[in-house]
Design a protein around this ligand. Structure first.
Ligand code: HAM
Length: 423
């Protein structure tokens, strides 16, 4: 009997993994430009780490974690997100003694036992970044700027929702006001929200139930409750972004699914992804390092959902091409031997070269070149090659062009001749 993958866990096949590479390499370029270094943390942590960092009353901790009791009776959890682990490592290795500011990024799988659907999996991947050691608004703006650069480089059209969640001074006042408002709308709120109202009232703003959405349209908004310092911080973040013409939408209803946030919080929303349309989420978490037993170091970060972003890339034709730069079709054993060396030289220069041969006839080789979407095929026949000649077939126009084949020519020059480019 066949064994299928576990529900919500999936294989990433070569066609899709090529797009993961596109995303990852753009991300690495942006991270390098802004001075981030990679940190690689384990996928398994003590359960307590997530319970304390993410919050006991969040959906993630209450019902979505893959937790098990190990043979030594300790409770372990497959990480549902990366921030808690990065901070655990930051504290454990006293990174604050090495650098006043740590800029760290990570790439890897996360695990949440959510109901699987398009864009939502039980094992998914994040590309995340954290800045520890700075609490000024410049840093918040810089992080959003870096994300903007990345999405621009990928040519993806997204909107950025930003809010301030205040601090331990001003948020309690907002929470109480929201709770009182919720109590007055109890009859219209779903059962889940009744629960939230007592344990985590901010979450009622995030409920997807139409009744709850309707009931909370006039709910108090955090931006009316911010203390002076939080208000100034938020204004400065917006000022820096305006200065760089970065479009953001201030969304005072934005709350996050994790409890550690304060001040600047944001989500990046993509169009055309259906209900799972948040491709990135993040924000500031100034008390968290201390809460996890570390020094009083402020922090801010984000995580991009790789699967969702790759779905966006899949919708873009320009990312779909895995076509070789040149397809070489040798005819006969001697031609194959020379094509073999030629292909190697071109590949060493970084060109994508498909070499067919294997005794196949011209027709079969052309069919394969078509399948691979090769634009140019270099046909090397035995006799012609001995006379220093070959043929280039343009697969788009289906025309043949004779070509002088000098196998001693450097690979880039050869590619230019094949493409009929004169430089
Ligand atoms: P998050 O909003 O829970 O934040 O997740 C970030 C992103 O991960 C989401 O916007 C989404 O794209 C993706 N994601 C989350 N759950 C799933 C899922 N089940 N399937 C597919 N994709 C998913 C965090 O995790 C925070 N640690 C981000 C952060 C870093 N905040 C500060 N630093």
């Amino acid at each position: 009997m066949k064994i299928a993958a576990v529900r919500g866990f999936r294989d990433i096949l070569p066609e899709e993994s090529a797009l993961w590479q596109v995303l990852e390499s753009h991300a690495r370029t942006s991270f390098a430009a802004y001075g981030f270094s990679e940190i690689i943390v384990p996928v398994l942590e003590k359960t307590e780490l997530f319970a304390r960092a993410i919050g006991e009353t969040t959906d993630i901790v209450e019902k979505e974690m893959y937790t098990f009791i190990d043979r030594d009776e300790s409770s372990l959890t497959l990480r549902p997100e990366g921030t808690a682990s990065v901070i655990r490592a930051y504290i454990e290795h006293s990174l604050n003694h090495k650098e006043p500011v740590s800029k760290l990024f990570y790439i890897g799988p996360m695990f949440r036992r959510e109901r699987p659907q398009k864009g939502r999996y039980r094992q998914f991947h994040q590309i995340g970044a954290e800045i520890l050691g700075r609490d000024d608004p410049l840093i918040d703006a810089e992080l959003l700027l870096m994300l903007n650069d990345l999405f621009q480089a990928l040519q993806l059209d997204v909107s950025v929702d930003v809010n301030s969640l205040g601090c331990s001074e001003c948020r309690p006042r907002f929470r109480e006001s929201l709770r009182a408002f919720g109590e007055s709308k109890l009859a219209q709120l779903c059962e889940n929200c009744h629960n939230r109202l007592h344990r985590n009232p901010l979450r009622i703003l995030d409920c997807k139930e139409p009744g709850c959405r309707q009931a909370t349209v006039d709910a108090p908004v955090i931006t009316d409750f911010l203390c002076d310092l939080c208000r100034q911080h938020f204004a400065k973040v917006q000022g820096y972004l305006q200065q760089e013409n970065i479009a953001i939408t201030v969304n005072p209803r934005l709350v996050r699914g994790l409890d550690y946030y304060c001040r600047t919080s944001f989500e990046i929303i993509a169009h055309g992804l259906g209900s799972q349309n948040a491709v990135c989420g993040g924000g500031r978490y100034d008390g968290l390092v201390e809460q996890l037993g570390g020094p009083a170091v402020p922090g801010i970060g984000f995580a991009i959902g790789v699967e969702r972003l790759v779905m966006l890339l899949q919708a873009q034709e320009r990312y779909l091409s895995n076509a070789p730069d040149v397809f070489i079709a040798p005819l006969g054993e001697a031609a194959e031997g020379r094509a073999f060396s030629l292909a190697r030289r071109m590949r060493q220069e970084g060109y994508r070269v498909e070499l067919e041969g294997g005794g196949r006839g011209l027709k079969a080789q052309m069919r394969r070149a078509d399948k691979l979407n090769a634009r140019h095929v270099l046909i090397l026949g035995e006799n012609e090659l001995n006379a220093g000649k070959g043929t280039v077939r343009d697969m788009q126009t289906k025309t043949d062009r004779p070509m002088a084949v000098d196998l001693t020519l450097p690979a880039p020059a050869m590619i230019n001749v094949i493409r009929n480019v004169n430089d």
